[in-house]
Ligand binder design. Structure first.
Ligand code: PHE
Length: 455
């Protein structure tokens, strides 16, 4: 009886399109707009892109389906979902949710930087092309003790406000406005970028693979990026899948979401790198590409401040639709397991995430900058290491073993095809991929991500 009642009360996506926008919104984020272009820039351009595309098909699609299927089958957030199938595996769901909760603490710090950059672009603060100046503007801002915390707080409030509204009324509504908006701005910016004189060198750099640059390092960064960018391994897609109705076509959704995410990553690459090339900057600028190099690029462009504002608003849209999914995983867990009210859970967890984010922000400046945690890095980088090198691959590994071996591919395929009603031509290939290919590949990145920490 209680079970039935619970199902009735559980929120659901209002429409198929709404779910796709929300899930693609989770996937499309700083991973696409900030990390993908700089990783491509650092890892040989085209060769990174080709490996990335291959891994999205092989591993990204496979795990996306595993997560959505698990969530929809159990109609529960991760811990409950694993527990319902096999009691002893509940902790696996816990790792994922812990990962997403820890990520949102520093994702929000970076989200705050984006808001600050919108303000700076509006006030014309970046009117210089000198990278040294732009770098010190950035470093001084993120290292300040108070200002970045205010922006971090604003970003967290936006996230919290949307999550509080629930699935169909909050997350879906916001995503339906933010995602199409993002796409339109992205296309405008890409056209601007590739029509700059000299931009073709950047397009070529991104699309023409030079296989002499291929090495294991490229593969490992590409695979790590696949997980992060597709929001996999964190229980987020299990959670989003749990709000799906039983007649939803999961085979289709598992293909559409990675496809949209990949298109946006490529568009981001095609927006940023051609402009960087055309205006004579270095593509391998690393994490500073977005905050240091790009303002320089805009300063050199006609109507640069307009495009700068447009660009950072777009990044903010993308970051918000991701952070809401990160917070939602933890909120959903508290609502399902501890029967908290959604409002109370969202506010409580939002405040906690803000507080844990504070040392991440302070680690970029004199207050906590000299304090080291893991492998000689500061608090901010250590959080990144814990989530990216340890928790994410561990959660993804255990998830693929769970679905492939404990729950069983037959049951998973039955759920994916709505009991045989939906066509899934690749069911056999998918089963092999989730049982063998995914665990081996993920195990490999887990080990290769941990080894350098002990050196
Ligand atoms: N996929 C998001 C991005 O690319 C980040 C994210 C990771 C969001 C995990 C949710 C879960 O920025």
């Amino acid at each position: 009886m209680t079970d039935l009642n619970q199902k009735k009360e559980r929120d659901q996506w209002g429409s198929k399109l709404g779910f796709i926008f929300a899930a693609a919104g989770s996937a499309v984020g700083l991973g696409n707009l900030w990390k993908f272009p700089y990783l491509a820039g650092q890892n040989g351009g085209g060769v990174f892109v080709v490996i990335y595309l291959g891994l999205v098909l092989l591993i990204g699609f496979t795990l996306m389906m595993a997560e959505l299927v698990l969530g929809r089958n159990t109609q529960l957030s991760p811990v409950g979902a694993f527990r319902k199938i096999k009691q002893k595996w509940a902790w696996v769901g816990g790792i994922g949710v812990l990962a997403s909760f820890l990520i949102v603490t520093y994702y929000s710090v970076i989200g705050g930087w984006i808001i600050k950059y919108i303000v700076s672009a509006l006030t014309g603060a970046f009117n210089t092309t000198d990278l040294g100046t732009l770098e010190s503007v950035f470093v001084n801002f993120i290292g300040a003790p108070v200002e970045p915390l205010i922006y971090h707080g604003i970003f967290m409030l936006i996230t919290l406000g949307i999550v509080m509204g629930g699935i169909s009324g909050g997350i879906e509504k916001a995503s339906k406005i933010l995602m199409p908006g993002l796409f339109i701005m992205m296309v405008v910016l890409m056209v601007r970028s590739i029509t700059l004189p000299g931009a073709m060198a950047g397009v070529e750099y991104l699309l023409k693979p030079d296989f002499s640059k291929l090495n294991m390092g490229v593969v490992v960064s590409a695979l790590g990026q696949v997980f992060f960018s597709l929001s996999l391994g964190m229980g987020v897609m299990v959670t989003y899948g749990s709000y799906l109705p039983k007649d939803e076509n999961l085979v289709e959704s598992s293909l559409i979401i990675p496809a949209l995410d990949t298109i946006i990553a490529l568009l981001a690459g095609l927006t940023i790198l051609p402009a960087v090339f055309a205006l004579g900057f270095d593509p391998s600028g690393g994490p500073g590409l977005l905050f240091i190099t790009l303002p320089g690029v805009f300063a050199k462009m006609p109507f640069g401040s307009f495009f700068a504002v447009l660009f950072f608003v777009l990044v903010l849209f993308a970051a918000v639709t991701s952070s809401i999914s990160l917070l939602e995983a933890a909120v959903s867990l508290t609502v399902d397991q501890f029967k908290w009210e959604r409002k109370k859970a969202t506010i409580g967890l939002g405040i906690l995430a803000f507080l844990i984010g504070v040392p991440s922000s302070l680690a970029n400046g004199p207050v906590l900058g000299n304090m080291t945690f893991i492998a000689g890095t500061n608090f901010f980088d250590s959080m990144g290491i814990i989530t990216d090198n340890l928790l994410l691959p561990l959660a993804a590994l255990t998830l693929s073993i769970f679905v492939g071996w404990v729950w069983g591919t037959d049951k998973a395929v039955a759920e994916a095809t709505n009991g045989g009603k939906v066509k899934f031509a690749l069911a056999k290939t998918w089963s092999i991929a989730i049982k063998y290919v995914a665990p081996i590949a993920i195990g490999y990145i887990l080990i290769s991500g941990l080894i350098p920490l002990f050196k």
